[in-house]
Design a protein around this ligand. Structure first.
Ligand SMILES: O=C(O)C(=O)[C@H](O)CO
Ligand SMILES: [Mg+2]
Length: 268
């Protein structure tokens, strides 16, 4: 059985954030994820989870200055202390929320026309990324949590440091921590590389979480070029027992667009 989690940063935005937990539960979701919990106390979010009988399945570490365009700290040279502090804060929330996994966003490469400068920057980002992930994975392991990394497509996030699946696997293997896993977002993989079912088959041992959305508009999974029934059927046949995060922007109303999820227990 595919377990679907509602991404409350994108779904049910017709409601105030804390009311989205009830809306998700009422629509048949048993798990929720969202980008960042930090605007709320961990206790307030725990209450929202408990009152609505849903599990917290994922959230992100603090990403730096999101409003200023930052998209994560993990690979940024010179920001190591801030990254370490962000991991401590994320693990506090994970403890209170009972969340088994957190995602460390990699951050953006400097956009410089000079190829040599770009190459030097990528090298420095890579070294920082490995060092930060080694630290963060160790801290997560002490807390009994998983740490995830996610390749993100460079159309939505130009300059994002981690953007391909083979790059992510090389990082996972370099760090070598059992609890450092792949956040496999099929939307990003389709845009950057395609070949989704073969990627699923090859990457399965590394996958700690899956996310889905229609391509190219990032609407419901049944809108666009990906035939998700076949992909989800293969995912289940491969024995994946984790969560599948519904990380998409509804084309119209959230509830009206849930028909695609009815075979998996959702109610439109
Ligand atoms: O962008 C995505 O797909 C994600 O899952 C990140 O966590 C947030 O940008
Ligand atoms: Mg994602």
């Amino acid at each position: 059985m595919i377990r679907l989690a509602a991404n409350l940063s994108m779904l049910f935005t017709e409601h105030d954030f804390l009311d989205r937990f009830a809306a998700a539960a009422d629509a048949g979701f048993r798990g929720v994820e969202y980008l960042f919990p930090y605007a709320y106390s961990a206790e307030a979010l725990r209450t929202a989870l408990d009152e609505n009988g849903v599990e917290q399945v994922l959230f992100n570490l603090p990403p730096g200055d999101w409003e200023a365009g930052e998209r994560g700290l993990a690979s940024l040279p010179g920001r190591e202390d801030e990254f370490r502090d962000s991991m401590v804060e994320a693990l506090h929330y994970a403890e209170v929320l009972g969340c088994p996994r957190v995602h460390a966003m990699a951050g953006l490469l400097p956009q410089d026309a000079d190829a040599r400068i770009q190459a030097e920057a990528r090298e420095a980002h890579h070294a920082t990324y490995l060092s930060n992930l080694r630290f963060a994975a160790e801290e997560a392991a002490k807390a009994g949590r998983e740490l995830l990394i996610e390749p993100i497509n460079t159309r939505d996030m130009p300059g994002y440091f981690l953007c391909r699946q083979d790059q992510a696997v090389a990082v996972l293997e370099s760090v070598g921590a059992d609890n450092l896993r792949l956040q496999f977002d099929l939307y990003h993989c389709q845009i950057m590389e395609g070949d989704l079912i073969r990627h699923l088959e090859r990457l399965l041992p590394h996958i700690g979480h899956v996310q889905i959305a229609g391509v190219p508009e990032r609407h419901e999974p049944d809108i666009g070029e990906v035939h998700y029934p076949a992909v989800l059927e293969r995912l289940e046949a491969l024995g994946y027992r984790g969560w599948v995060g519904c990380e998409y922007r509804p084309a119209h109303g959230t509830r009206e667009g849930l028909g695609w999820g009815e075979p998996h227990g959702l109610v439109s």
